[in-house]
Design a protein around this ligand. Sequence first.
Ligand SMILES: Cc1ncc(COP(=O)(O)O)c(C=O)c1O
Length: 357
Amino acid sequence: MMNEKAKWIEGIPHTSYMEVPENFIRLDLAVNKHEPSPKVTASIRNNLGKISSYPDTNWSVLVKKIAEYAGVKEREVLITNGLEEAIDIITRAFADKDDRVLMLTPTYSQFHIAAMRQKAKPISIGLIEERGFEIPIENVREIVKKENVKLLWLCNPNNPTGTVFDKNILASLVEGLGCIIVMDECFYEFCGETFVNQLGKFNNVIILRSFSKSFGLAGIRLGYIISNEGIIDGLIRLRQPSSVNILVQFAALAALEDLGYYKGVWKKIVEERENLGSELKALGFTVFGSGTNFLYVKTDDAKQVFEKLWDNNIFVFPSWDPEFVGGGDKCLRILAGLPEESKKLMEALKVMREAVS
Ligand SMILES: Cc1ncc(COP(=O)(O)O)c(C=O)c1O
């Protein structure tokens, strides 16, 4: 018998990954399709013998390396089982039942879902699309005050729009806001923009980073939270002691020791994103500026384009998927994948556009 709590959880929207046939070109998930560094795979292989042990719950070696990479102190870092765990912990720490949790839409759904799990009240304000998904600063300030918002999520660059927010605008927004502000920098390495260097000026800002996208380790799960020592010290208590698995420590250490390799991968992804963006624009699609590994593309016939691509064995992410909050029905999020995948995508889109012209 399901208990009352579990029944309530049933009502939560969840990401409904569709069953996608094996032979499809998948440009839906924002993953990194490039090969991992050979040093990373070797490190995982060499440490397979350790899987019967529990992971070291201090994670001192990994935390030290991540702190160095991020340019912060070790005590300002908390590692998590991907950012999904980080989002959950932060929501549990700062939002109680009925507390308002604010996000700027369209955005990543886990902010909303974590709030619902906590029985808090997720509320949203739309980014201003006509101004390249600008943050309506005054509106945010007003709502934070009026609704006594406890937690504000800012996804920078934003998923699914790809928008990189100006750091001066972010600083002026954060100034004087009386709530916890979380900046999700999951896609940081594809744009290089970060709020980390401004962290010292504020005592209410938390930054999130992940190894899923830039280091292509989505399947073995590692994220990290950066904030002041007080906040990190509180959050540590909410994490399951062994939530980060033993193999990812070695994989992440090897990845950070082979940064040159990954910088090469990020350059290729950014080039692919820019080339694909130009080609899509040339076909008449509206393509928004992106600092991620995907593009947010608008077209009035998004539903038909989505379906026709599916018929061509290509899967792109529709903005109306529950993965996003407030995505509307006119956009597609398309991964800048491998060059041969972009080529197949463009061939299918060209045939489609020629058929209607
Ligand atoms: C903005 C954003 N934050 C967090 C996550 C989750 O990251 P992780 O794989 O580290 O759990 C994603 C995944 O797509 C994301 O887009």
